[in-house]
Design a protein around this ligand. Sequence first.
Ligand SMILES: Cc1ncc(COP(=O)(O)OP(=O)(O)O)c(N)n1
Ligand SMILES: Cc1ncsc1CCOP(=O)(O)O
Length: 541
Amino acid sequence: MGRQAIDYSVYLVTGREFLPPGKDYYESLEESLQGGVTLVQVREKNADTGEFIEIARKTKEICDRYNVPVLINDRIDVHLAVGTAGIHIGQTDCPLPLARTLIGDDAIIGLSVSNVEQATRAAQHSDILDYIGVGAVWPTGSKDTKGRKSLGPDGTGEILDLIHGSGLEAVAIGGIHLPNLAQLLHGSVAPKSRDALAGIAIISDIVASTTPKEAAANLRLVVDSFKRSRQALKDEAGVFGGLGQKRAEVDAKKLAEKVQELMAVVKRETPLVHQMTNTVVVNDSANVTLAVGASPIMSTHPRDVHDLSPAIGALLINFGTIGDKEGMKVAGRQANVNRKPLIFDPVAIGATSYRREISEELLAHWQPTIIKGNAAEIGAMAKSTEVASRGVDSVGSGFADPGAVVKALARKRAAIIVLTGEKDYISDGSVVIKISNGSHLLERITGSGCQAGSLIGCFAAAARLDYLAKNETKFEDDSQLVQGDMLLAAVAGILVYTVASEVAAARPDVKGPGTFRAALIDELYNLTPDVVAEKAKLEIL
Ligand SMILES: Cc1ncc(COP(=O)(O)OP(=O)(O)O)c(N)n1
Ligand SMILES: Cc1ncsc1CCOP(=O)(O)O
């Protein structure tokens, strides 16, 4: 007969103890099936055998009407008694080979995996196993996971790389809810193989809802659109960022034209750019934002940033003086929820272990759209030892192959990576763009990198607004965490800043860093798209 094909997209794990007061289990189950649940696991931790069999039998009866397969948690006897599609077992339940012998070749077996060792062992048993449940991704109130570190999206991605080629499917479980779902799906794409999750396993987001049909439908929408976007990427291998053209057809001239268009969008839309930045640069960052035509708001309090999120065009998180970690967590999470571009500037992350810890904590909370840093910062993010850090600066001759570093990190973090320096390198994990503009005086003023981050925020906000204006019918498309061409936005932010710095440095009234600083703001204000196109030194590597 052979094992039946399973759609793991939205996998409901039942839990009668989490139902809202007065909600009947079978009623909730049926509503969640109507919402689009694709697989059900009956998980009964306290029922005795007779009760478990009865619940499983009735669950299967309802699921059969929706053509949705049922698996049984832990109990092979219940599976055999009811004739479900298979079982899900944990690391300390029935040993896998024995489970396969007992249930036969035609039934599905899923195994829980919570670390890389377990994932490696699972891959070795791929002949008798169908899928793994990877988790907990985040802390959850539905299972005691004390003493176990949550995997986060990137830990989940590492596990996907470990099972690559084994034929096993993977679903993520633990603390998954609508607001963090897009972050999980995009952030867990495996850094090496680019494999993705087959689906998500959910208890409370569906079971504890008073409207499980709606809860399941919302989750399903995000998973389906993520899968569609992956398919589109496969079909159009080599598509260049969001420019909508094959990579080979896009040259530096075309890219510069796109930057020109985006400059006009910033001026037209005057997007609000929320900046949680450091006390050294806050005034200059607000001024460069105003100079290009956007509008800055520099706020850090957790309550304030929560309310601001729906109104802003983009969020910049620059943890230079590490003031408001809680505010940064809330603001970043809200940016993901509201699907606004989030630019992360991990200032001096290479300098102290405390900064590395904070960065990990923040990245477990939200998914950045663009990460910007100098060589030492990007080196620390990439766990490279090629470039050392001295305070906020990099020391040494830089990376041997900067393009390869940004490309690999973009894949690992599922974000656009911007490496600033004498030459700037930007990658989305597919292409690398090199920008050779910029005045040496940028190194003589404080916060030039931070200001570049602010401008990336301005252009990211504009790119999103431009996309939404041109794609009204796709407004509900959830295939991307953030809509709009974020690669182009990063290029625009860096190009505009570095070209303006060249124009400012060439002015006869600029005598040194002090006059340069003021002239730079003026030249950002006066910069025309024509000057940018004329001076742009862009290469697509
Ligand atoms: C899909 C999925 N993944 C993981 C689990 C957890 O299983 P286990 O570790 O056996 O813990 P219990 O669920 O038995 O408490 C799961 N049930 N489903
Ligand atoms: C059973 C299980 N295994 C790992 S986390 C978890 C609970 C998932 O529940 P929720 O979706 O409510 O976080």
